[in-house]
Write a protein of this length. Sequence first.
Length: 397
Amino acid sequence: MKAEIYSIGSEILLGNILDTNSQYLATKLQEFGIDVHRFVTIGDNFNRLKNEFEKSIKNADYIICTGGLGPTADDITKEVAMKFSDEERVLDQKSYDRLKEYFGDDETALSENMKQAIFPKNSIILDNEIGTAPGVIINTTENSKIILMPGVPHEMKEMFENKVKRFLKREAIIKSRILKIALLGEWDMARRVDLNSKNPTVSPYATEDGCILRITAKADDEKIAQMMIERKQEELEAIFGNLIYATDDQTRQSVLVELLKQKGEKISTAESITGGMIASSIIDIPTAREVIEESYVTYSDEVKSKLLNVNKQTLENYGAVSLECAIEMLEGLYEKTKSELCVITTGFAHTGEVFVGIKYKDRRFVKKLNLKGSRNHVRKWAVNKALDYALLMDRSN
């Protein structure tokens, strides 16, 4: 089964609102084994929408649309969709009664909203329990189905979950799993993987939080799909080893906190370029209080000397952004906190020159990085890299 997803409304094209509906629907359709072939974002223009529908009903089993079901003149989605049905248009009494109940004695409002209660005769009407505009499933002359839902996300989700899903045909089971990869760039990650695998497929992506591999399997049975994913994951684990630091919704921070909890160990941080971002991201994890010991923002040279005992001569001779300073920051943090895991950063955000340092028990690791991008992008990547190295140090014990 094939589907195309439409987000309809000029406000989306103007950038006034973010289209989250398409992402939600694509994820849900995957559960039914329905392949999404196209996303269409289109404004409130009758002829353009009609032209797109003409393409879709010949190529897709489901055309799933959100937006354009309201009462105003620019809400034309249903008017266009009904052009592809040969059934007569009728007033649905239940929908009309709901409108009367909603608007009470306001005859003007009722008149303006009347078109929301008109549908092709044998269509499936989808009651809107939390809004005024009903949805509808329209059978087209090409035997495809046009499914119309409101554009308001919470109305659309309620309607999809409680109304639309029961009318979808389950073609197969599609399951996915995300493997999160430490340290590697997209090209370096992708070159190690057979991307020609058909089922399950393996797809590499670069995200703001680093690189991921998405494994996707399609099968008639959920257990079989799950087994296919697990076998492929075992293959990838043999390739990447500990560089796979998390799966699906896990984060670096949640994995690190859990590892430290299991070992009864503590972490402390001293941050210059990242200004507390590492500590803050760890504290976001609800159980972080069990592992985080102390955190310092050591932005100035004076504070580096005062709190971490960085030698002033080191700062004068080599500067705060140097291997020598990073080592002294790291050792100073350990002497101050005695935490099993110590993490430091220092660098220049505007040039991307960054040092990250990790001390785990009796092992020390300091790495110079040359990061690209804006000032805040460099700082974000410095956090990611520092946490990657911290995870690898902790896992290697």
